[in-house]
Design a protein around this ligand. Sequence first.
Ligand code: FDA
Length: 308
Amino acid sequence: MGILRSTFISLSEARQLRSLAESSSIGKKLSRRFVPGLEIEDVVASAQDLNRRGISSTLDSLGENVSDEAHAQRSAKTYHTMLDKIGELKLNANVSLKLTQMGMDLKGGIAERIVAGLVDHAHDVDSFVRVDMEGSPYTQATIDMVRRLNQNAKSSGRVGIVIQSYLRRSESDIEDLCGQSIPVRLCKGAYKEPSDVAFPDKHDVDRNYVRLMTKLLESGTYPAIASHDERIISQAVQYVKEQNITPDRFEFQMLYGIRRDLQRRLVAEGYRLRLYVPYGDAWYPYFMRRLAERPANVLFLVRNLLKS
Ligand code: FDA
């Protein structure tokens, strides 16, 4: 892992820096590069604007690792409000959530009850819940929970998961998930992982991404190819053309604010694109992971700050 990448990932976990950054006006301003706003109205307006441009979205209320049930229930309430908005405004949108935000670290199956309620709600408003993937200590528990949720008749097809190509285990996970028709979003992975768990070399992560992507396009259930890597996206486009896989059988996904040129190009070429649109005041860890992916973003932000 590059030094800059691991520095930014470590900074994403620094609690004091986080509270300082999230409460400062400069911090809030900088976060706008990757987060459209702090309020639910901001994310809904963003989803409407994207729909007008032929792009769907997955809405995320920022937050991770809650330490008590009341906090988990507050997170759940926010997601129910987002699903109500999706239903009322008939948005072409769904939601993405993190299990630690729903109480995964707490005892008594709280997270599973909360997420089951959200998946039911998603069914009622004809939407979908994507469970994001966090660090590797949560991988197996996340897969197990999504599998159990998907077995419920009402939830089936309304809940999906994320698999990270940097993890050595992902190929066998993808085979199992394809066998159970669980929709998978494939990404490279954004956390700091030991080398016995994840490939330390970026070339291996990229090579594994292409291998897993091909498997998903062949036998996955409506897979989501989540990447801004132009080379990988070209390979996906070439593969679906060769295999006559029509654009309604999968979608590309990207993060709000990243590679807008590539986003426009894919939509113009007739491919489905969904943007991950986060909002809220707990933006700091998400923001630092985006800097970790591309440290050149820091220069971009500093230039913007100097201009304003
Ligand atoms: P890579 O990092 O190799 O970047 C390829 C190119 O994309 C760069 O050269 C640059 O042009 C552009 N780029 C990438 N990141 C950028 C940035 N931050 N700023 C500007 N340009 C950038 N991870 C995870 O662990 N769990 C999850 O649940 C999710 N969920 C998720 C959803 C969606 C829709 C996306 C797109 C991504 C995720 N991720 C994630 C994050 C993912 O694991 C990964 O860290 C980023 O997508 C960056 O990887 P790329 O595939 O873009 O390639």
